[in-house]
Structures are given as C-alpha cells and as structure tokens.
Design a protein around this ligand. Structure first.
Ligand SMILES: [Zn+2]
Ligand SMILES: [Zn+2]
Length: 337
C-alpha cells in the first residue's frame, strides 16, 4: 500500500506525506509544526507515526517547521551535506560559519545525541501537545518521571535533555546524509535523489519507490535538464512544478531583480516550461500528474491546468492520466496505490 498526500505546495510552504509499506515520511517541512500536524490529521494520517523528514533544499518555504517537527517527534532528518550546512548557517545568528566551525558544531551535536537516553523520543504524546505552544520553542520529548529518584541532581537531567531551540536552533534528534545520484532507503521506501537546477546549495528532486510504485517529485527547478528528464520516466505519479505564467510574471508586482531570479535557469518552472516537458520530454506513463508550487501572484490555477491539458492532449495515455493541482492552503486528497 502506497499513499501520497500533498499537504501544502507554493511559496508559503511545501510539504508532502508519503507512506510506503510500514514507512512514513515527510518530504520537506515548510509549514509550522502545528499546521503540518493539523493537515496530516485532516488527511487521515497520524503525525506520531512519521519515521523521517527528507529535505529537498534549504529555502524557507521547505524548512520552516523542520526543527520543531523533528524535535517534537524525535525523528531523523535526511539532507545532503551541503543542504544541512546551508540550513545551519541560515539558523545561526552569526551567519558566516567556516567549514571548520560547522564541523565542530556537528561533532558537538553528535556527542549530545549520544548522551541522550534512547527512550526519550518514544515518550512524546502528541495528543497532549499544548495547542498554544509557541512554534519557536520546541516541546522537547518529556522523559517519563515515574521511578526517577526525586533527588536526582538537576545538572544530570540537564545534561541528558536536548538543548532548547534558543540555545541551539540547529540541533536535531538525528541527521542522515544522502547524495544526489546515490539511491538509498528509509525503511520500506526507496529514494533516488537527483540534482535540479535551482539557486540553493545542493537542491534535489526525487523518485520514491515502494511496493513497485514509482513517484516522481520535481519542484523548484529553473528548467528540465536532460538528467531530470531521464529520471522522470516510468512513473505512476508525477509531481511537477508549474510555477508561473510568463506574462503574469513579467507584468506582475515583483521587483525586476526577483523577476529575473524566477525566470533564470536556476529559478522556477513556468507553465510553458512544464507543458513543454509534458509534451516533448515525458513518457506519458503516470496515472497521476500533479502540478505544484503554483505562484499565488504570478499564476492562476486555470492557466496552469489549461497549459498542461493542452500538452497532454496529443498523448495516447491522456485518458489514463488524472491531472491535479496541488494547493497552498489545504491538503490534496490522498492518492492511494
Ligand atoms: Zn520552493
Ligand atoms: Zn526553492
């Protein structure tokens, strides 16, 4: 059984839930932890069963709720090393961190994780999470106090609990590295990360596989490279960026420099570029095509839909294709295979 739910998509936050076999992961965590949990519940999923978070790149709309969510659930975060480093730099008040300083910080955090009791993460009870809890402060998993001698020195307790978000905003329960071009697995889900052209440290798209189902995932890319084309083949589901309408972007409210950035080879995929891929680079195999990361300022859902429909029209497999649009403000209905 494979389930795929886009929880949010767009420049105000991105996150997708994937369940394959017994494994459940989030791809990006660009909404607040509370909102992510709310949307997961809306989609019928229990946030407490998540096994990991996988990060495509360090832009804010993909990592906003990352630290709080990973801490609350006590689950690992999968990054490329360069993305992890960029994320830490972004969160560290002293923005400039040398490579040596970064390595030292990683070493320190790994030692802290080792000092932590194994069971700490397992005792978190999501149903009792305070709804008013500030997102900036992590509700660190509470170690069950039963049986603990009351006179235990405070210093000992402090040593074994994770640092607060204020003390160390970059601390995570566990960090795992992957590399573009090197497939790996998380439980029952296979992941094949591939490089995408985008103005981030080391951005990736993915093909996820589980129970023989292949899910392709490519947003935040300036153009469809030959390698991206190669990766997005033989899919059962394709999630593809259709960010902006070229005319709306050109005439729209963004400053010229931002327009240039979006339009560049490391910016975002336009409706035209997405359609061009769908008509010329795509094998038409996927049962579902989901248009994603639509701009609220420079696009209209109908423009994206019409462009993609026109591109798919010539394809023999059109009838088998379901074209959906991912939304910013509510989760898409879960897709099950
Ligand atoms: Zn984005
Ligand atoms: Zn981005």
């Amino acid at each position: 059984m494979v389930r795929f739910t886009v929880l949010a998509s767009g420049s105000k936050g991105n996150s997708t839930f994937i369940c394959g076999g017994r494994t459940r992961i989030l791809v990006d965590a660009g909404l607040s932890c509370r909102e992510l949990f709310r949307r997961m519940k809306l989609a019928g999923e229990d946030p407490g069963t998540l096994d990991a978070i996988v990060v495509t790149h360090e832009h804010q709309d993909h990592i906003n709720g990352l630290a709080v969510t990973a801490r609350k659930l006590g689950i690992p975060v999968y990054f490329t090393e360069a993305t992890h480093r960029a994320w830490m730099r972004w969160l560290t008040p002293r923005r400039q961190m040398s490579y040596a300083q970064w390595l030292e910080l990683c070493r320190k955090q790994a030692a802290e994780r080792q000092a932590e009791p194994e069971s700490a993460a397992a005792t978190v009870d999501l149903t009792e999470a305070d709804p008013e809890e500030a997102e900036t402060e992590c509700a660190a998993p509470q170690v069950e106090a039963v049986g603990t001698p009351a006179a235990e020195p405070v210093a000992e307790a402090a040593r074994t609990s994770p640092p607060s978000l204020k003390d160390d905003p970059t601390w995570l329960p566990a960090v795992e590295y992957f590399e573009a071009g090197q497939p790996f697995t998380i439980g029952d889900i296979g992941l094949s990360p591939f490089t995408i052209p985008h103005d981030a440290a080391d951005p990736v798209g993915f093909v996820f596989t589980a129970d023989g189902v292949r899910l392709g995932f490519a947003t935040d890319l300036g153009y469809v490279t030959p390698n991206v084309k190669q990766q997005l083949k033989d899919l059962d589901l394709l999630l593809l960026e259709s960010n902006h309408d070229l005319e709306m972007l050109r005439d729209g409210p963004y400053p010229w420099s931002v327009k240039q950035r979006v339009l560049s080879r490391v910016g975002h995929l336009s409706n035209d570029a997405a359609s061009d891929f769908l008509s010329n680079g795509y094998d038409g195999q996927a049962a579902y095509v989901i248009l994603a990361h639509l701009s609220e300022n420079n696009n209209l859902p109908e423009l994206a839909r019409v462009a993609a429909e026109r591109a798919l029209l010539g394809r023999a497999s059109l009838l088998a294709n379901r074209l959906l649009l991912a939304e910013q403000h509510q989760p898409l209905a879960p897709i099950t295979f």
